[in-house]
Design a protein around this ligand. Structure first.
Ligand code: KIV
Length: 275
């Protein structure tokens, strides 16, 4: 990795992102490793070390099994790889819902051990007080409403939200309460068209959409989804590359070369010094 990454530069921070409300769209992607963070850093305002790392990198069926230690390790890697983008680390399931004190202890540990700029929490009604507790004690918090992946076992799957009136009102209320508790931005995931726009028009901080239409202040995607690493991706993902195809072709070509003893060739081996 190039050494200029160590140079001191001012990273974007929570107030910079908050100030973008209604202005140029905020570009966000997930990152879990240092080399990918280094590539994305030049193009993104915000890198999210999402707990999607559990599914994307570790092969878990959902995000429920993700631990604080996993988030810290990946958060450290993304901080090492990036220098300009704000880095936000997800607090995993079970680390912030129980009480404000537990949320604070775990969030403070993530902030200290990674050096990230904020944590993200999935903002159901039960955690609004915990968000306020964190913000009042110096921890910037990003909220996450609509489809909440950590609620998958209650919801029975990853289903789009806000198609009916009652659920729409509940999600709007969650976004409002999250903002009032002090969140500097709110991710709006998997909601019916129109609801994201209504939330964006209602709350005072930026909305970051994923599967939530273009009516948000910014957008985020899971990087591995948009790079085409998986056979299946949700409807809202646009694939900007076919890395699965590229990796398959590369692995097949390498295997053929090894089996035919074409690799390594003269350019890829060391020779003893003459004499
Ligand atoms: O974990 C994650 O990657 C996320 C994004 C989908 C917003 O929360």
């Amino acid at each position: 990795m190039s050494s200029h990454r160590q140079d001191a530069v001012r990273r974007l921070a929570a107030p910079d992102i908050a100030a973008r409300k209604g202005k140029a769209p905020i570009v966000c992607l997930t990152a879990y490793t240092a080399p990918v963070a280094e590539i994305l850093d030049d193009h993104c305002d915000l890198l999210l070390v999402g707990d999607s790392v559990g599914m994307v990198v570790h092969g878990l069926p959902n995000t429920v099994g993700v631990t604080l230690e996993m988030m810290i390790l990946h958060g450290q890697a993304v901080m090492r790889g990036s220098r300009k983008a704000m880095v936000v680390v997800d607090l995993p399931f079970g680390s912030y819902e129980g009480s404000p004190e537990t949320a604070y202890a775990n969030a403070a540990r993530v902030m200290k051990e990674t050096g990230c700029g904020a944590v993200k929490v999935e903002a159901g009604p039960a955690v609004v007080d915990n968000i306020r507790y964190l913000v009042e004690r110096g921890i910037p918090v990003m909220g996450h409403v609509g489809l909440r992946p950590q609620a998958v076992l209650v919801d029975g799957g990853f289903k789009a939200k806000g198609k009916g009136g009652e659920e729409r009102r509940r999600i709007q209320e969650e976004a409002r309460a999250t903002t009032e508790a002090g969140a500097f931005a709110v991710v709006v995931e998997g909601v019916a068209e129109g609801l994201a726009r209504e939330i964006t028009e209602t709350i005072e901080v930026p909305t970051i959409g994923i599967g939530a239409s273009a009516g948000c202040d910014g957008q985020i995607l899971v990087t591995d989804d948009m790079l085409g690493l998986f056979d299946w991706t949700p409807k809202f993902v646009r694939r900007y590359a076919d890395l699965r195809g590229e990796i398959t072709r590369a692995a097949a070509a390498y295997a053929e070369d090894v089996r035919a003893r074409r690799f390594p060739g003269p350019a890829e081996i060391y020779f003893a010094k003459a004499g």
